[in-house]
Ligand binder design. Structure first.
Ligand SMILES: Nc1ncnc2c1ncn2[C@@H]1O[C@H](COP(=O)(O)OP(=O)(O)OP(=O)(O)O)[C@@H](O)[C@H]1O
Ligand SMILES: [Mg+2]
Length: 449
């Protein structure tokens, strides 16, 4: 046997150890009793520790319910999971795989895990796939009945081959749903191709969708170029902002859906395509149909299954879950202790109407994380990050009954801003003199008593 294949040869053992220390993936191993027996250089770097801090100690001392212990108990591998490791008081966001180690007699003798920071994995996913479907339903944060109804329907639709129309305001998660539907369907191993119809001038959408043949026009690539339909063959084509498809192409699209064949520009040879279309829009497509900007027959072909994604303001407590999720997600970029959101700030989040939905919330949290102090996000931080609360009931001309309500609102606002009147007035969308005036008013008798 060649020396290099003999694992008992000490040179090979040395090479193995050196090799494991040369990679950028974190690698650690525990023995059958749960003691950490090996950790490579990259793992120490990712976790921010020295080998001597951790070696020969119980894995549970460093993280609650560690993946390696789960593997030991289950005796089964866990592969490529997204993993928030609460390690030594920090949360580290990883992609992790763990494997049980068995001896010749098939008895478990330990476990090994291999992990990398999430950023690297994201980059990789984007590089390979460009716009592959990475989301799954279990990553859609929210417990509200409204959201869960949409998820329930989406799961049913994804088991079916018919086209789906997603409707929802901007930032509600249409992309997220389209990808999750694809990943839940039998087409998941096939391509997921997205085209944002608003990003292309009219004349280019044609060739983007259907491709062209060599010589179709001056400047056409040699050998031609397949369109998105061909690229998506066997899989899913996500047509985002579908309302922007020009009317003459709508007829062509309808024909493709009906005949399941396309023609590249400059070639009459039909090409068979098996594509499930998920179309999305944040416009009221029915109005477009009424106004004659969108073909009725195409509309019905696309909305065989119809899914409405609820706006954030109708999802109740989901706002809090999402805000906390974004704090955690965004915090992982820098290894600092997790920040939290103060009670007054949460009340503000619940009151706000979220015209930009989940995306607006994510951006707000991102800005607040940068400016907040003492690791906690206050109502003031949200305000300074651009959150404007307009409470419509406040109008200086309202009659006495609502005055009492206004005064209560002002007192609430003041407690949120810790007595800062200028801020409270801004939050309520009233001038400071108005605020003073209402505050100065005598309490009126309650008409109900
Ligand atoms: N329920 C959710 N859980 C976690 N993240 C979410 C959720 N909903 C939306 N997001 C995040 O919010 C952002 C906006 O979502 P997405 O891009 O899917 O919205 P959209 O409906 O496609 O908006 P637009 O109409 O503007 O294209 C994304 O970063 C997405 O990952
Ligand atoms: Mg989108």
């Amino acid at each position: 046997m060649s020396a290099l294949l003999d694992p008992y040869n000490s040179n090979v053992a040395k090479l193995l150890l050196k090799g494991i220390n040369s990679v950028q993936e974190g690698i650690s191993m525990i023995d059958e009793d749960g003691y950490i027996r090996y950790i490579n250089k990259a793992a120490c770097k990712i976790l921010g520790i020295k080998p001597e801090d951790i070696l020969n100690q119980k894995a549970e001392l460093f993280a609650p319910n560690p993946l390696l212990i789960q593997i030991l108990n289950k005796q089964e591998p866990i592969i490529d999971i997204e993993y928030f490791m609460d390690f030594n008081g920090k949360t580290i966001h990883l992609i992790n795989s763990g494997y049980p180690i068995f001896n010749e007699d098939k008895a478990i003798v330990g476990a090994i895990d291999i992990f990398r920071g999430i950023q690297r994995s994201r980059k990789l996913a984007n590089n390979i796939a460009g716009m592959a479907a990475v989301f799954t339903f279990d990553q859609i944060v929210g417990k509200s009945i409204e959201l869960n109804n949409s998820i329930r329907l989406a799961k049913i639709y994804s088991k079916n081959n018919e086209n789906i129309l997603l409707m929802g305001e901007s930032g509600t998660g249409k992309d997220l749903f389209a990808q999750s539907i694809h990943n839940h369907s039998s087409r998941r191993a096939q391509p997921f191709i997205a085209l944002n119809c608003a990003n292309f001038p009219n004349e280019l959408i044609d060739t983007e969708l259907f491709g062209y043949d060599e010589g179709a026009f001056t400047g056409a690539l040699k050998g031609g170029k397949p369109g998105k339909f061909e690229a998506a063959n066997g899989g899913t084509l996500f047509l985002d902002e579908v309302s922007e498809i020009p009317i003459h192409l709508q007829a062509k699209l309808l024909r493709v859906i009906e005949t399941k064949t396309i023609n590249r520009l400059g070639n009459n040879k039909p090409i068979f395509v098996d594509v499930k279309i998920i179309a999305a829009t944040n416009r009221n497509l029915e109005n477009f149909v009424d106004e004659g900007c969108f073909r009725k027959d195409l509309y019905f072909r696309l909305k065989v299954f119809f899914l409405e994604i609820p706006p954030l303001r109708e999802r109740g407590q989901d706002v809090i879950l999402l805000a906390e999720y974004f704090v955690k997600k965004l915090e992982n970029k820098i290894t600092e202790p997790i920040k939290h959101i103060e009670k007054e700030a949460i009340e503000l989040l619940l009151k706000y109407s979220w015209p930009g939905n989940v995306r607006e919330l994510e951006h707000l949290i991102a800005r607040s994380l940068v400016i907040c102090e003492n690791n906690s996000i206050s109502a003031m931080d949200l305000h300074n990050s651009g959150l404007k609360i307009q409470i419509k009931e406040i109008a200086p001309t309202k009659v006495n009954l609502s005055r009492r309500y206004q005064k209560k609102q002002i007192l609430d606002a003041l407690s949120q801003t810790k007595g800062n009147k200028k801020l409270a007035a801004e939050m309520l969308g009233i001038s400071r003199p108005t605020l003073y005036k209402i505050l100065a008013e005598e309490d009126l008798p309650d008409p109900h008593h």
